[in-house]
Design a protein around this ligand. Structure first.
Ligand code: HEC
Length: 207
């Protein structure tokens, strides 16, 4: 429906002979997730969204039992990123993906460290007043991970808020999201279009 709308807008602009066609995705913002019968379909294509950072909590530094081993590659959908840059807030309809990647090698020619190994899990959080009117901040949390650390579920039910958002409520910097660990979100917050250009001044925002 939304897609059709923006295509129509583009056709209209072409018919009007406008020299620059601006398809306003920002106006006809898309929703990047599907919830059917209370289950979230596993989102596809998120590696082409906006990548915001990679916290790592390796087992080595957590007595061998990290809660979420080990690298966490975090992505935000493109329209929510645009909204974040503009307003410094997460829009209703935001989806953040956390892809878990094992620690692979611990040594490279450059030195010792934690290098990414295999994809071992996938989690998501969604802000939606329509779907989660009673959850704190309207956020719900999902996991598609399987115990074999190789396969993923095709769909998932939300966790009861209490089992996931305790840490998020207490320690996350912005609206239940750990933006303090995502330099791209820190740098872009409320900075408008073109906020991120690899400039030092942008990247240091939030410190
Ligand atoms: C022990 C505290 C803790 C619990 C419990 C917890 N989280 Fe988180 N979560 C974090 C921290 C800290 C981060 C950011 C840094 C990181 O990834 O290690 C995070 C980040 C995330 C992110 C990335 C977006 C964001 O909000 O920053 C998702 C998605 C996520 N968690 C999902 C879940 C799910 C699903 C559960 C329940 C199964 C859960 N979390 C339970 C601490 C927690």
């Amino acid at each position: 429906m939304m897609k059709t709308f923006s295509k129509l807008a583009a056709c209209y602009a072409l018919l009007m002979g406008s020299s620059t066609v601006v398809i306003s995705d920002r106006v006809y913002a898309e929703v990047y997730f599907n919830i059917n019968n209370g289950e979230l379909e596993r989102p596809k294509g998120f590696r082409e969204w906006i990548y915001v950072g990679t916290p790592v909590t390796p087992n080595d530094l957590n007595d061998g039992k990290a809660a979420f081993p080990e690298h966490h590659n975090v992505y935000i959908d493109p329209d929510s990123w645009a909204h974040w840059k503009k307003t410094g807030a997460f829009r209703d309809g935001t989806i953040l993906i956390k892809e878990l990647v094992s620690v692979g090698s611990k040594a490279a020619v450059s030195g010792n460290g934690y290098f990414q190994g295999d994809f071992i899990g996938l989690e998501a959080t969604i802000k939606s007043a329509k779907h989660f009117p009673n959850e704190p901040g309207n956020w719900a949390y999902y996991s598609f991970s399987n115990p074999d650390l190789k396969t993923l579920k095709d769909s998932a039910k939300p966790f009861p808020a209490a089992s996931c958002n305790g840490c998020h409520a207490g320690a996350a910097a912005d609206d239940w999201v750990f933006t303090q660990y995502y330099p791209v979100l820190r740098g872009g917050k409320g900075k408008g279009e073109g906020a991120i250009g690899g400039m030092h001044s942008d990247l240091s925002v939030g410190h």
